[in-house]
Design a protein around this ligand. Structure first.
Ligand SMILES: *Cc1c(COP(=O)(O)O)cnc(C)c1O
Length: 367
């Protein structure tokens, strides 16, 4: 079976460096909020081109705490509307509703899968206060156009960059387009820890300071609490793992791009619609997602041919039981996308031979 993502082999290729970093943390005697975190925050801020990085426990917290910080700073009020792509992962919505804010689900652009600036313009209302674009599948959302809308209407922009480490347009990377960006370092993400992890990047010093307190019980100074904060910290061990993995990220992204190029050049099944890749952009291919009207059959045939696939995602957020208040909404494009998408193996440790076998399996699938 060609695995969808072989994390074991991917991390094994960095075993010596990871073990050395582990030993450094063990021997330091300091495990929370120490020099590994500070160093990683600096290195990741530099990587993204933002001024600040604040490590937190996971990607959901990165988004949730940023919205919470804007509430604490008076930039958002309960009931304010935040626009999100309707076809995102549910965590994007959870961050909004957790803060007493209202998600406005916007249909994506059919070709990029990302938040459509035209649809955003149509959905603007008197309570719209922020945009929450997602760099879905590793492709940067249309940040220039969304930035113009935000500037015209005085909206905050929070990037959900959980799938977009290193994605860029020109020399400007994900994490450096919005007022802030939330990243996930879940093990399967392009920059993955060996456990949970997340971070916010921003160039706003006031937001950075607020987040530093919120993640640590609401405290900047030990035993003095400005906010009713939470405990959401990126621990030293994960920060040390991430420092190692950050050094290999661009090389792994280049391999993802090579695989995507092979897939795009080699696949020619008329019943399978391939993703688009405009060369001006740095698509980081977190996922390689094809579409087919016979998606379930395609998944079955690929499975029989020894190719593991996944669906991102089978049920859109507005049809989840967790959101009964959204269930009545009809979002035809989003619903069709969820019925048609299939994610093929995308793993920097894949061999060329495995890549060819995936291409052959797709081309030979009789749909
Ligand atoms: C993974 C992911 C998250 C959540 O990150 P966690 O670290 O798993 O909490 C949020 N948004 C998107 C788009 C994601 O893919």
């Amino acid at each position: 079976m060609i695995p969808f993502l072989n994390l074991k082999d991917l991390n094994a290729s960095l075993r010596d460096e990871l073990l050395e970093a582990c030993a450094r943390v063990i021997d330091s005697g300091w495990y929370i909020m120490g020099q590994e975190l500070r160093a990683f925050e600096q290195e990741f801020a530099d990587y993204c081109g933002s001024r600040h990085c604040i490590g937190v426990a996971n990607g959901l917290d990165a988004l949730t705490l940023t919205l919470r910080a804007w509430r604490e700073l008076g930039r958002l009020q309960e009931g304010d509307e935040i626009m999100v792509p309707a076809n995102t992962y549910i965590a994007t919505l959870l961050a909004i509703t957790e803060n007493g804010l209202k998600p406005v689900l916007v249909e994506p652009d059919e070709h990029s899968f990302n938040l459509s600036p035209e649809a955003v313009r149509k959905a603007l209302g008197p309570r719209t206060r922020a945009l929450l674009p997602v760099h879905l599948y590793g492709r940067l959302a249309d940040m220039p156009a969304l930035g113009r809308i935000a500037a015209e209407h005085g909206l905050l922009v929070l990037e959900d960059a959980a799938q977009g480490h290193g994605a860029s347009l020109g020399s400007r990377k994900a994490g450096n387009w919005g007022d802030a960006a939330g990243f996930s370092f879940y093990p399967g993400k392009n920059l993955g820890a060996l456990g949970d992890g997340g971070a916010i990047t921003t160039s706003d010093p006031e937001l950075a300071t607020t987040l530093q307190a919120l993640r640590n019980y609401g405290s900047h100074v030990k035993y003095q609490n400005l906010y009713q904060g939470v405990n959401s910290r990126l621990d030293e061990l994960q920060a040390a793992m991430l420092r190692v993995k950050l050094r290999h990220l661009d090389r792994q992204t280049a391999r993802r791009q090579q695989i995507a190029r092979h897939y795009l050049d080699g696949m020619n099944n008329p019943a399978v619609q391939l993703p688009i890749w405009e060369r001006a952009e740095q698509h980081v291919w977190h996922l390689f997602v094809v579409r087919s009207q016979q998606r379930d059959r395609l998944q079955q045939l690929l499975g029989e041919a020894g190719v593991q696939t996944m669906i991102h995602y089978p049920i859109p957020p507005h049809k989840q039981q967790a959101y009964p208040e959204l269930n009545a909404q009809t979002l035809p494009l989003t619903e069709r996308i969820h019925q048609e998408v299939l994610s093929l193996p995308m793993d920097p440790s894949m061999t060329d031979e495995q890549v060819s076998r995936v291409i052959d399996a797709v081309n030979q699938a009789r749909l």
